[in-house]
Design a protein around this ligand. Sequence first.
Ligand code: FAD
Ligand code: DHB
Length: 393
Amino acid sequence: MSHETTRVAIIGAGPAGLLLSWALRDAGISSIVVENRSQEYVLARIRAGVLEQGSVEALTHLGLGERLATEGLVHDGIYLQFAGERHRIDFTELIGRTVTVYGQQEVVKDLIAAHTAANSTIYYESADVAVHDLDTKNPRVSFTHDGQAHEISADFIVGADGFHGVCRASIPTTALALYDRSYPFAWLGILADVAPSTDELIYALHEDGFAMHSMRSHHISRLYLQVDPTDSIVNWSDERIWNALHTRLGVPGWTLYEGTITEKSITPMRSFVASRLSYGNLFLVGDAGHIVPPTGAKGLNSAISDVTLLAAGLIAHYSGDDAKLTGYSELALARQWRAQQFSQWMTEVLHRNSTDVQSAEFEYRSQLGRLDYVTRSLHAQRGLAEQYTGLPF
Ligand code: FAD
Ligand code: DHB
C-alpha cells in the first residue's frame, strides 16, 4: 500500500473540490484530490450556466478569470414571461449588479488547466474511496488507484463529492439531520447548435408548464422544459421538444430558432440541506452538503461560496486563528438557507403543479398574481434582482 501525507485531503474533483484545492495552493497549503470518475468524464459533464457577480469575483481573484472575462456573457437582467407576455427585470438599473453566463463545464475546464499546469496531485478513476477517523487529529482517506491500495493522512478531509458521495454518509446518523423535499416535476434540458434567440435568459410560466431559454455562447443555446419526473428521454423526439419550446416560449413578433440538438437529458428536482457541514475534522462543501432545484441558478454559486468561506477558514487556521474554521458550518448554512428559500420561490412560482388537480387551477392563477405583482412593484423587482445576482451579505 502506498501512503502519503498532506494538509487537506479533498474528495471529489467537481467545481467545489477543484476550486478549494486551487485556493489552498494559492495560499501555500498542500492538498490532494481524490475523484472516482475519469478526467474526460468530469470535463464533459454539462450542468449549471449562470455565475453570480460574487462568483466571478472569487474566480478572478484566484487567477481563474482570463477566459471568463473574454468568453463569459455579462447579462444586465432576465426576462420573466407569463400569461403570454414577456417582462424585463433590469438588474443593473435596479441594484447595479450583473450575472455572467459561463457554463460550469468551462469553469471546470479552467480549473483543470490550471491544476495541470501547476502539476497538482489529482487521483482520477479512484475506486472504493472511504474516509476514516474523522473525529481524531489524524483523519485518513483510503482508495484504490490503478489496482493499487492508497492511503492519505491529512489534518482535514473535505467532502466535495456531491450529493451521492461518501463523506456525508460517513457522519454518524445520530449526529446528522437531513432536511429535504422533492418536487413533482423534472427538467428536460437540451444543448443546441444554434445562436440564442434572446439576448438574456427567459424564464417562462406557461399553462403547459415551465420553459426556459438560456445559452452557453453566441453560437450555442441551452433550453429547458418542465416534464413529469417519471418521464423518459426516449419519449421526447427532437421535434416534440422544439414544438413544446415554441408553444411555451412563444410571444407575438418573436422567433425561436431551431438547431441540431447535441445533448438532451432529464434531471429531477430536489431541495436538500444537511444540518451540519462539519464533523470532527471533516468539512462538507457544495452538493455534498446541500442541493437546490436549478430554477434560481444557485447550485454552482453556493458551491463557490462554501469554498470561499472554507478556504478562508483553513488559511486562518494555519496562521493560528481557528475562529473562521469553527464558524464555517454555521455561516455557510445560514447563507445556504437564504439560497434555498429563493430557489424554492423561483421553482414554485414558475412550474405548474399537476399532482393536485383539485387546486391546480387556483395555484396557476395565484402564480400569475405573484408574477404580476413582481412586474408592477419595484421593491419586489429589487428583491428578485438582489437574490438572483447573489446576496451581497
Ligand atoms: P459535483 O459537481 O457533483 O462534484 C462532485 C464530484 O465528486 C464529482 O466529480 C463526482 O464524480 C465526485 N464523487 C462522487 N462520489 C465520489 C466518491 N465516492 N469518491 C470520489 N469522488 C466522488 N445548478 C444550477 O445552478 N443550474 C443548473 O442548470 C444545474 N443543472 C444540474 C444538472 C445536474 C444533472 C446536476 C446533478 C446538477 C445541476 N446543477 C445545476 C447543480 C450544480 O451543477 C451543482 O450544484 C454543482 O455541480 C456542485 O458542485 P460540487 O463540486 O459540489 O458537486
Ligand atoms: C441555466 C440553468 C439554470 O438553472 C438557470 O436558472 C439559469 C441558467 C443554464 O444551464 O444555463
